[in-house]
Design a protein around this ligand. Structure first.
Ligand code: SF4
Ligand code: SF4
Length: 458
C-alpha cells in the first residue's frame, strides 16, 4: 500500500488523500457497552451548527428523560433534551473542544432511571425494526420527527438533520448516501453500530429516501470493514444498496464521498444537494429510525474511547452530556504515558488537554456530535522538530480539496486576508492530510485554522 494517495480518475476514488495507520484494532472487536447512568450530565445548549437554544427549565426543576430542556425559534437549530431523569441545576458556561464557550445545564441524576443497561440498548438500537414501512409516513412527518428529536449529523458536523430532509422542488435529491466510512483513525463507533445494529440503520436510510423522494439509497462502507459490509448486505433486499469503497483518508468527507460513490463533483462551497445528493451518517439515520418508530429523542450516542493512552479502550453507549472524565474512567483511566486527549480522532480532532493531570479532571461534556475520544501517548505525539518548508509539494499532492496548504499557511502567518481569500481558505475541510504528510513538521492545519478565524473576523 502506498503512503500517499494520488489522483485517480476512477469513479470510486477522489483526488489526494492518504493512508495513515488505522489504529482501529484496539476497539474494532469490542462490542458496544452501555455505561451506568452518571451522577450528573451537562447538556450544552449549542451542540449543532446554527442558533443556540433558549433554556426552558428553571433551576431545581425535575426533568424526565427525553424532556425538551432547550429550544430555539431560529430555523437552523435543534432542540436539546434531558439525557437522564433528574434535577436541572443552574446553567453555567463550558468550553467545548472546538473552543466555543456555551451555556450548559447540569442535570443531577435521579436515583432511579426509566431505562438502563441492556433495556436501554434495546430501546434505542435493539430488537426488530420495520424495513418495509417508511411509506406509511408523509414526508413532512419524517422531517418533523427529526426536528422534534433534536437530530443532528452525528459524524461530527452536527448540522440539523431536518434541514437535509426538506424536499426542495428546485433542488431534487435522487440519491441518498449513508456514510459508514468512518475513515478517521482510532474511531470504531460507527463500525460497531453497523455490525451490531444494521437494522435501525437500514430502517432510517429508507425513511430518508422516502422523505426526499429519492430513487436510490446507498450505504457506503470502506473495504477495511468486511463484517459491517456483511451485516448490511443481509438487509439489501429491503431496498438499500451497499457500496464498498477503497480505504483512503478522508473517504468519509462529504465531497470525497459524493465523488467516489456517484462520480459527481460538488461545486466549490456548495452542498451535496446541488448535485442531487443527500449525505447522512449511519448513526444519524439509526437515530432517525428511533425517533420515527419509537418516539425516542437523541439523548444517547455511541462513543469510541481509544488510543494508546487509554487502559481499556471501548465503544460506549453514553448519555449526551456525560463528561470526558467519566468516559475515560469507565475505560480504566489513563496509562502512565498518556500525553494528549483529543476530542474525535487524531486527524481531525481537537486537542483538549495536553497532560494527564488535566485530563483526569476533564469536565468537558460530550455532545451529539462526539463520535470519539482519543488519548495519545508521549511516543505517539512526538514529532520531528519543525524546519523550513522544503518545497516538496507533498501537502499539495494529498490535499483532497486541491488547495495549496503551504501558501495558505504563509498567508495565515502574514495575516493577509486577500491572500487567504485568493487561496480559497474557506474550502479547507481541516482534514489534516497536509500536516500529516509534511516532512518539515509544519503545523499546516493549525495555521490554517487560525487563518480561518482571521478571515471570518476581518
Ligand atoms: S487540512 Fe485543508 S489544506 Fe490541509 S489537506 Fe485538508 S483540506 Fe487541504
Ligand atoms: S509538505 Fe511541508 S515541506 Fe513540503 S511543500 Fe508542503 S509545507 Fe513545504
Amino acid at each position: 500500500m502506498s503512503w500517499f494517495g494520488w489522483w485517480s480518475g476512477s469513479q470510486n476514488s477522489f483526488f489526494g488523500g492518504l493512508h495513515p495507520p488505522e489504529s482501529k484494532e484496539r476497539t474494532a472487536e469490542v462490542p458496544i457497552e452501555v455505561i451506568p447512568p452518571p451522577t450528573e450530565v451537562r447538556i450544552a445548549l449549542l451542540q449543532h451548527l446554527g442558533a443556540a437554544c433558549e433554556l426552558l427549565v428553571k433551576p431545581r426543576a425535575k426533568v424526565q428523560w427525553g424532556e425538551v430542556i432547550g429550544r430555539s425559534d431560529q430555523f437552523i437549530s435543534a432542540p436539546v433534551h434531558a439525557s437522564l431523569a433528574g434535577t436541572a441545576m443552574r446553567a453555567t458556561v463550558a468550553t467545548l473542544p472546538n473552543g466555543r464557550h456555551v451555556s450548559v445545564v447540569p442535570i443531577q441524576a435521579a436515583e432511579s432511571q426509566p431505562l438502563a443497561g441492556s433495556a436501554l440498548y434495546d430501546a434505542l438500537l435493539g430488537g426488530t425494526w420495520p424495513l418495509d414501512d417508511a411509506e406509511q409516513f408523509r414526508p413532512h412527518e419524517i422531517m418533523d420527527a427529526a426536528r422534534e428529536a433534536g437530530l443532528v449529523g452525528m459524524g461530527g458536523a452536527a448540522f440539523p438533520t431536518f434541514v437535509k430532509l426538506r424536499r426542495q422542488e428546485d433542488q431534487p435529491v435522487d440519491t441518498v448516501l449513508i456514510n459508514g466510512c468512518e475513515c478517521e483513525p482510532c474511531l470504531t463507533a460507527d463500525y460497531r453500530l453497523m455490525v451490531e445494529a444494521p437494522q435501525p440503520i437500514v430502517a432510517g436510510a429508507l425513511l430518508v429516501r422516502h422523505a426526499l423522494g429519492a430513487q436510490r439509497v446507498i450505504v457506503c462502507v470502506e473495504d477495511n470493514k468486511p463484517l459491517a459490509v456483511r451485516a448490511l448486505r443481509e438487509l439489501e433486499k429491503a431496498g438499500v444498496e451497499v457500496l464498498v469503497l477503497k480505504t483512503k483518508y478522508p473517504q468519509g468527507g462529504e465531497r470525497q464521498l459524493v465523488k467516489a460513490a456517484t462520480g459527481r463533483v460538488m461545486p466549490g462551497g456548495g452542498l451535496p444537494v446541488r448535485v442531487g445528493v443527500a449525505v447522512l451518517n449511519v448513526a444519524t439515520v439509526a437515530a432517525l429510525a428511533a425517533a420515527v418508530y419509537r418516539g425516542r429523542p437523541l439523548t444517547h450516542r455511541v462513543v469510541s474511547v481509544s488510543g494508546g493512552g487509554i487502559r481499556q479502550p471501548k465503544n460506549l453507549l453514553a448519555p449526551v452530556g456525560t463528561s470526558y472524565r467519566e468516559l475515560i474512567r469507565w475505560c480504566g483511566g489513563l496509562t502512565p504515558d498518556a500525553a494528549r486527549v483529543i476530542a474525535g480522532g487524531p486527524m481531525m480532532g481537537f486537542s483538549i488537554a495536553a497532560d494527564d493531570e488535566v485530563a483526569e479532571k476533564l469536565p468537558t461534556p460530550i455532545t451529539k456530535g462526539t463520535s470519539g475520544i482519543t488519548v495519545l501517548t508521549q511516543q505517539e505525539v512526538q514529532r520531528a522538530e519543525q524546519t523550513a518548508c522544503l518545497r516538496c509539494g507533498r501537502c499539495v499532492d494529498v490535499c483532497p480539496m486541491q488547495l495549496v496548504p503551504t501558501r495558505l499557511a504563509l498567508a495565515a502567518r502574514a495575516k493577509q486576508r486577500s491572500l487567504l481569500e485568493r487561496y480559497h481558505i474557506a474550502s479547507c475541510v481541516e482534514c489534516g492530510c497536509c500536516a500529516y504528510a509534511c516532512p518539515a513538521s509544519i503545523p499546516l492545519v493549525q495555521l490554517i485554522r487560525v487563518g480561518k478565524i482571521q478571515f471570518q473576523n476581518s
